[in-house]
Write a new protein. Structure first.
Length: 359
């Protein structure tokens, strides 16, 4: 009986792969149809337009899931090959959005946009905006910067927190028109629900480290992620993770002092709330650590995170030996100023390293 089921599954997967390839060939669209470099000066760059023209970047139809996404994907995300490397193409912004945009770029408008409460990328104060524009002008022209800020600021963040400097983010290869090409980082975090507990502990370790690093490690900025969710974290075959949706963030200029620390207040309701004003006013906030504990690690983590949080179903010997780890994660959610979440994060890192290394 079991064998019969296995072979049906194998047959189904062969048929669907063939169907994927076949549909792919029938409808194959060149990547150049996705980018419209005539939309410049709105565009994000043109450094990859040559490679697009020469068909060096091609949509993937080799597996059913890639073919399905590339044909029917609702999000403007495509999976492609670029010189033998798997990459993601993101089409940022639609024609309708372009129509709404004001064409003329100016520094004044850029600063207004950065400081406005409605923007996805929020700069905490005028000093932060100024520094951000100064740093961004190394990679973007004034008009590009204006487009990036109005449509989707992810490329800007990927130039400030670079993969090459070991930030857990995808590498940005370049752009053509409104299309950006970035590293494919793997599958969404929720696909690892049934992975070995020690592999999940290694993911948890990286999440806590990243939360602290985004807050403290960059030379110029503190970055607070305001859209943390399992779909916005991708994991590769070696269980290295990266944050893939960096559109919604708060940036704050990093000043040396860390004395006015903001402690996130925990509410028991299902909605995750944070206080943008309070995050910005402090010299440093525990927002990232709180968000990772509350939304991903805790056994009370809400939907869309996997049931009972990333570290669910620990083997019995782990439960006994690391009871402190599980207690600290819950404390990280509930804690107010009594026990600093940065202290808790350090302890979590220590325990998770021990748990993954001893394995
Ligand atoms: N660099 C990447 N590596 C792997 N998968 C990605 C990458 N970028 C996007 N994806 C996939 O595409 C989905 C949508 O991309 P995302 O940037 O989060 O767009 P949206 O703003 O529409 O949520 C992600 O949830 C993920 O599954
Ligand atoms: C965080 O920073 C530390 C110290 O530089 C580094 O060893 C670690 O790999 C970083 N972790 C992540 C996930 O960025
Ligand atoms: Mg997303």
């Amino acid at each position: 009986m079991k064998d019969a089921r296995m072979s049906w599954r194998a047959i189904f997967s062969i048929i669907s792969t063939i169907a994927g390839i076949y549909i792919g060939f029938l409808t194959q669209k060149p990547v150049s149809s996705l980018c419209d470099p005539t939309e410049c000066p709105y565009c994000y760059g043109d450094d990859l337009c040559g490679d697009v023209e020469e068909n060096k970047i091609n949509l993937r139809y080799g597996s059913f899931s890639d073919a399905f996404n590339n044909l029917f994907g609702v999000k403007n995300v495509y999976f492609a090959d670029y010189g033998g490397v798997k990459v993601v193409l993101k089409k940022l912004g639609h024609r309708s959005e372009l129509a709404r945009m004001t064409k003329k770029a100016s520094e004044v408008k850029i600063f207004e946009q950065l400081n406005s409460a409605g923007g996805a990328l929020k700069a905490c104060d005028p000093e932060t905006s100024e520094l951000l524009v100064e740093k961004s002008r190394r990679s973007f022209g004034l008009e590009q910067l204006w487009s990036v800020l109005q449509i989707n600021s992810e490329p800007l963040i990927l130039r400030i927190f670079e993969r090459q400097d070991d930030w857990p983010v995808p590498e940005l290869y370049g752009a053509c028109g409104l299309l950006i090409v970035e590293e494919h980082c793997g599958q969404p975090l929720n696909n690892f629900r049934t992975s070995d507990w020690h592999d999940r502990a290694f993911l948890a370790l990286q999440l806590v480290e990243a939360a602290v690093n985004f807050t403290r490690k960059h030379a110029d900025f503190r970055m607070y992620l305001t859209d943390i969710s399992p779909d916005n974290i991708a994991v590769d075959d070696d269980f290295n993770l990266c944050f893939i949706d960096l559109e919604n963030v708060i940036l704050k200029q990093k000043l040396a002092d860390e004395d006015s620390v903001h402690y996130s207040e925990h509410f028991d309701e299902d909605d995750f709330v944070y206080d943008e004003g309070a995050v910005c006013q402090s010299s440093m906030s525990d927002h990232n650590v709180y968000a990772v504990c509350r939304l991903l690690l805790s056994r009370r983590a809400p939907w869309p995170m996997m049931r009972n949080g990333l570290l669910h179903s620990a083997p019995p010997n782990v439960v006994v030996r690391y009871d402190e780890l599980f207690a600290l994660i819950e404390e990280c959610v509930d804690s107010d100023e009594k026990l600093s979440r940065f202290y808790i994060a350090e302890e979590l890192i220590r325990l998770l390293k021990e748990a993954t290394e001893s394995h």
